[in-house]
Design a protein around this ligand. Structure first.
Ligand SMILES: *[C@@H]1O[C@H](CO)[C@@H](O)[C@H](O)[C@H]1NC(C)=O
Ligand SMILES: *[C@@H]1O[C@H](CO)[C@@H](O)[C@H](O)[C@H]1NC(C)=O
Ligand SMILES: *[C@@H]1O[C@H](CO)[C@@H](O)[C@H](O)[C@H]1NC(C)=O
Ligand SMILES: *[C@@H]1O[C@H](CO)[C@@H](O)[C@H](O)[C@H]1NC(C)=O
Ligand SMILES: *[C@@H]1O[C@H](CO)[C@@H](O)[C@H](O)[C@H]1NC(C)=O
Ligand SMILES: *[C@@H]1O[C@H](CO)[C@@H](O)[C@H](O)[C@H]1NC(C)=O
Ligand SMILES: *[C@@H]1O[C@H](CO)[C@@H](O)[C@H](O)[C@H]1NC(C)=O
Ligand SMILES: *[C@@H]1O[C@H](CO)[C@@H](O)[C@H](O)[C@H]1NC(C)=O
Length: 689
């Protein structure tokens, strides 16, 4: 922790170094604590269906990029020559995802990969402290941000790495201080003769991802180091940033479909509209607040999240942004990178602010939006997915702002490589945030799912098929007893939600802010059964007289029967018209199109929806997120309607009298979205009985 006199020196340093009194600093050198402390990476071990997904990813594309994928295996960070952009972010993104994947699974092959990568980069730290391959005016902070998050997690997970990582980051911090004092060098780097502009200033709009590591370094590892310098870095980074508080402001924020707004207005705010930035930036103001001690940022953060989903969100918890925020039309795309960043931001926000709505949203995105964007075997991913996507093919035209004709097919690097290197962080970070510390000795099951945690002498092991089932069974062992908490989802019917300890059942008594119910665990072994009252089917009204079908934390979509075809992987550039060289990728890496094998243009009668399969027993199938694989399904009455096209994909469905059956009333099938690669989520309704 910090020494008492550093505050004075820090304020003095600000006066000298930056020349202006900080607008953010409140003269308090203690960071605002997180509501819940995260547990060190590795303390939580996923099991059940979640472990299956991590293992598929480890044995799939994520776990093989280090062997062959140019932007990892031959990255300039590892002494190679390959980058997909001068941001040099490919390797950092990969590292950020592979560290939690490797440690959560204890996978020795992946551990070797992340160790050798960390050893190389730390070993190549430049004399002045810079980490990474850049020299001179090419130095841009951004690429460091995901890499440092990976280092932070590795330092927590592995004592063999803690000291060298902490030392390397402190050395970097000294250099960063000088760079920031020198007119914010590192924020506006030079690309050739050009000072970076616009989307090359990603560091300024993504700076929260740097601050998280600096804040961790400050609270956990500042003994014997100059904490004042770190505070000063945080101050300058925030001052020089593109500040999300300026965007999440009622007079600036664009609530309309951006494709209907004049270019000069959208262009002025582009960094705040870029989908991945939005996903990452949802947490920004909560991160800033830890330093700024500014509680108005709590409300601004709530607006940030609520407005994003209200005006630019899909029912699945995806942010609709096909490179730039769009609107609510069901043909817009959500980017895989944006999904995983959204999950990480929402899990961070629950830890930082304790507001249960962030955990509910995080689960929604994790259980629905993420898995539909990957093939069942985790060897291929989409660039964007659409709420209504009855085929995933090379489109003749696209409805997207800036995504090419292959963008919603599945492949190695369709459209752009960022999602290839960034998708691996999704479930590993979710798994690592499932449990948190509450207070000094409490443990909370914050994000629900199967897995165990060990904290000191206490272990909690949860067996569950949640969110596909509603019962969570815990085997708990404690040396001296502790307070255990379970989060009760916002959608739960609390009158039917019970907790059974030993043979005593009781209803839950929920903290209104955190959604947590407390259970006192005695010393010794304890069995707890947590039964979440499922209210059944819940309809969400969507645009133009459509509904999305929710069931607990799941979204059910009309499942369009499909067949797939595949080719060897295509290069992302040149419009996806060139194949990558033979032998470049392992044989399992294929580019897939999914073709509808029936008509898709159905309206349904929501009053006829029936859920099937809730009585399934035993383990969930593996792979789980494949068409037809999930034991849960729904049926409803439906009929074909005439439904037009918009730029090569289904338009918004007709409304009013234009919506009528053009065929017989038949039974249609809905499935949990994750497996239904071809699907309609925003469903037009008709009364058919
Ligand atoms: C708190 O943050 C808001 C939003 O950025 C800003 O308008 C306000 O000036 C800040 N207050 C202080 C005391 O820093
Ligand atoms: C400084 O901030 C910490 C954390 O929010 C708080 O507990 C403490 O009271 C603050 N100190 C002062 C002097 O305001
Ligand atoms: C600081 O950097 C910006 C962006 O490169 C430049 O426009 C400005 O002139 C610089 N200011 C000084 C004092 O060097
Ligand atoms: C610590 O950092 C501050 C801020 O950069 C600086 O003013 C001070 O001289 C440093 N202290 C030491 C002992 O290096
Ligand atoms: C609703 O339908 C109208 C008319 O087709 C269309 O212009 C509008 O974009 C649709 N809105 C959404 C959010 O899909
Ligand atoms: C993919 O679609 C684009 C645009 O519609 C077209 O130009 C291209 O020839 C198609 N490629 C293949 C292999 O069909
Ligand atoms: C493609 O279809 C075949 C045959 O149904 C199936 O075995 C395979 O798993 C599918 N591949 C993907 C990536 O969905
Ligand atoms: C699949 O969808 C396309 C586009 O709407 C349609 O033309 C085609 O008939 C559908 N395929 C089948 C087998 O129904």
């Amino acid at each position: 922790m910090k020494s008492a006199d550093s505050r004075t020196s820090w304020l003095a340093a600000l006066a000298i170094g930056v020349g202006v009194q900080s607008v953010w600093a409140q003269g308090n050198d203690t960071l605002v604590p997180l509501t819940f402390q995260p547990l060190p990476l590795g303390a939580i071990k996923p099991s059940g269906w979640l472990q299956d997904q991590l293992a598929l990813s480890a044995n799939g594309l994520a776990g093989h990029e280090h062997d062959f994928y140019n932007y990892v295996a031959h990255s300039t960070w590892l002494g190679g020559t390959e980058e997909y952009s001068d941001l040099r972010e490919g390797f950092p993104y990969w590292f950020n995802g592979l560290v939690p994947l490797a440690y959560s699974l204890d996978d020795s092959r992946l551990l070797d990969q992340v160790h050798s990568a960390a050893d190389y980069v730390l070993g190549a730290q430049q004399d002045d402290g810079w980490l990474g391959p850049e020299t001179g005016t090419e130095r841009n902070f951004w690429g460091r941000m995901p890499f440092f998050l990976g280092l932070m997690n590795m330092a927590d997970a592995d004592e063999a790495y803690t000291e060298k990582i902490v030392d390397a980051l402190w050395k970097f911090s000294g250099l960063m201080n000088g760079m920031l004092r020198d007119n914010y060098t590192g924020y506006h780097y030079h690309d050739g003769d050009q000072v970076s502009q616009g989307d090359e200033q990603w560091g300024r709009v993504r700076v929260q991802d740097m601050l998280i590591t600096l804040q961790w370094l400050y609270t956990e590892h500042s003994d014997g180091h100059n904490g004042t310098q770190l505070l000063e870095n945080m101050d300058m980074l925030i001052k020089g940033s593109l500040n999300w508080a300026d965007w999440y402001n009622p007079t600036t924020y664009i609530k309309q479909d951006l494709n209907t707004v004049a270019d000069d207005i959208t262009d002025a705010n582009f960094p705040y509209e870029h989908g991945v930035n939005v996903g990452q930036g949802l947490k920004a103001l909560a991160v800033f607040r830890r330093y700024a001690h500014n509680d108005s940022l709590v409300g601004t953060t709530k607006n940030a999240v609520d407005w994003t989903f209200q005006y630019h969100g899909g029912a699945s918890g995806a942010i609709l942004a096909d490179e730039r925020l769009a609107g609510l039309a069901p043909y817009y795309g959500s980017e895989t990178c944006t999904i995983v960043e959204t999950m990480y931001s929402l899990s961070y926000l629950y830890q930082a602010l304790g507001d249960a709505s962030y955990a509910d949203r995080c689960e929604k995105t994790a259980f629905n939006a993420l898995p539909v964007q990957l093939t069942p075997d985790w060897w291929a991913r989409q660039y964007v997915s659409q709420p209504n996507q009855p085929y995933a093919e090379n489109l003749t035209e696209t409805p997207f702002w800036n995504v090419n004709s292959w963008g919603q097919s599945y492949g190695l690097e369709v459209d752009y490589p960022c999602c290839t290197v960034n998708h691996p962080q999704g479930y590993p970070k979710f798994a690592a945030a499932m449990y948190v510390k509450s207070g000094d000795s409490g443990i909370a099951h914050a994000l629900l799912g199967p897995g165990s945690v060990t904290v000191g002498d206490d272990t909690v092991d949860c067996t569950t098929t949640y969110p596909f089932g509603d019962i969570l069974e815990y085997n708990i062992n404690s040396k001296s007893g502790f307070d255990f908490y379970v989060r009760v989802p916002g959608w739960a019917d609390t009158s039917k939600t019970t907790v059974t300890v030993g043979s005593t059942s009781s209803n839950v008594d929920i903290d209104a802010h955190t959604g947590l119910h407390k259970i006192s665990i005695p010393s010794g072994p304890t069995k707890v059964t947590y039964n979440i009252g499922n209210p059944g089917i819940v309809l969400e009204n969507r645009a133009n007289d459509t509904v999305a079908v929710h069931y607990g934390a799941l979204v059910f979509a009309l499942a369009i029967p499909s067949a797939n075809s595949s080719t060897q992987p295509k290069a992302y550039n040149n419009g996806g018209n060139d194949y990558l060289p033979d032998g470049y990728a392992p044989a399992q890496s294929r580019d897939y199109q999914y073709h509808n094998t029936s008509s898709w243009n159905y309206a349904i009668d929501p009053d006829t929806l029936v859920v099937h399969g809730t009585d399934f027993t035993g383990a969930l199938p593996n792979p789980l997120f494949a068409p037809g694989a999930n034991p849960l399904s729904m049926t409803a009455k439906g009929c074909e309607i005439s439904w037009g096209y918009y730029h090569g994909v289904p338009d918004t469905p007709p409304t009013g009298n234009a919506r009528k059956c053009i065929g017989d009333v038949v039974d249609v099938r809905l499935e949990p979205l994750g497996g239904a690669k071809l699907h309609l989520v925003d469903l037009p309704t008709l009364t058919l009985t």
